[in-house]
Ligand binder design. Structure first.
Ligand code: GYE
Length: 326
């Protein structure tokens, strides 16, 4: 840990105490003051391939950057994340970063961090807090745009369709920013074609197992459905298992659109079982570590940092797969 006291104030305090020359602001002092930045990171969980790649990116880049990382996994529960953040405050880490499982309900714990003068960086997911002074910056994707890209592909693809296009939607964790935004972006885009209708939409918790379970029930209840839109690859992969078990051909009998573009998703896309994937990059680690350093140095950082992303068709997935890192 390093002391985030400005040099001028530190010098003043040292002079006043008659201790000038006995220690530095970020020097390699004794005890906790080892000159290393300590980052407390409260992760959502391990619900998906995306999350696994995101965790790896954070752990590896902390190591490379020489940042001391305290890491916790909240198993998709907000109360666990709040507990982890409180423990980082108690441990007086230099910076706290977290990926909020849901958007609402963070004001109190963020105020506690602010009172303790510990800067907070939001990664990947947003909070709904009105007071933006509660965090330094938010780095991550534009989830509304991702939903829009998914919907726009379907509008284009449905141009040739004669009959109705009936969509089953597998939503991410209820209340999570990517679930809210990917739903609204998609809904906006499909307004362009009245043939397209969402006939059922349900939480699949961003996991393969839940995605399979929900898809099985929804396709049974809606045999007229001919499109599946899943808010991530894992739920789409679960749905593929459910469809195959029901004797349907995923990608042909039911067109499938997902978000993320992790390796398993890209493999299914290249095999023709998924029709289109909107990319969402989990590799936020290196940029996060840069931000941590800047914040500790007292530099002003952009309030919103967007990740750049693309989309993949089946042909593009075949070409990109060999180089895919996650
Ligand atoms: O799309 C999903 C994961 O917050 C962007 O969370 C992330 C989402 C990602 O579980 O696979």
């Amino acid at each position: 840990m390093i002391r985030r006291v400005s040099a001028a104030i530190a010098a003043g305090l040292l002079v006043a105490a008659g201790l000038a020359g006995c220690g530095g602001d970020s020097g390699s002092g004794s005890g906790n003051d080892d000159g290393k930045i300590t980052l407390g990171f409260a992760q959502v969980g391990a619900e998906s391939g995306w999350r696994t790649a995101n965790t790896k990116s954070i752990q590896e880049s902390a190591k490379t950057a020489g940042i001391d990382l305290k890491f916790s996994d909240a198993q998709q529960k907000q109360e666990n994340q709040i507990k982890a953040i409180r423990s980082y405050i108690a441990q007086k880490v230099d910076v706290i970063a977290f990926s909020p499982v849901v958007e609402d309900g963070w004001d109190q714990v963020l105020k506690e961090a602010k009172d303790a003068e510990i800067p907070v960086i939001l990664t990947d997911r947003a909070v709904s807090s009105k007071d933006t002074s509660l965090y330094e910056t938010f780095i991550g994707s534009d989830f509304v745009l991702e939903g829009k890209k998914a919907g726009e592909w379907l509008v284009e693809d449905s141009k040739a369709a004669k009959g109705p296009v009936n969509v089953i939607q597998l939503e991410g964790t209820t209340g999570a920013a990517p679930a809210n935004d990917r739903k609204s972006g998609f809904a906006d885009a499909i307004k362009a074609d009245p043939k397209i209708k969402v006939v059922a939409s349900q939480d699949g918790e961003f996991t393969r197992a839940k995605g399979k379970e929900v898809a099985e029930a929804l396709f049974k209840a809606h045999p007229e459905a001919n499109v599946l839109y899943a808010h991530n690859d894992d739920m789409g992969l679960g749905a593929i298992e459910a469809l195959e078990a029901a004797g349907k051909k995923p990608g042909v009998d039911v067109k499938i659109i997902t978000v993320d573009a992790v390796k398993d998703g890209m493999t299914a896309l290249s095999e023709g079982k998924i029709n289109f994937i909107v990319e969402c990059s989990p590799l936020l680690g290196p940029q996060l570590m840069d931000l941590v350093k800047q914040v500790v140095d007292g530099k002003k950082v952009e309030k919103r940092i967007l990740t750049e992303e693309t989309t993949f068709t089946q042909e593009q997935a075949k070409a990109a797969l060999p180089e895919r890192k996650y």
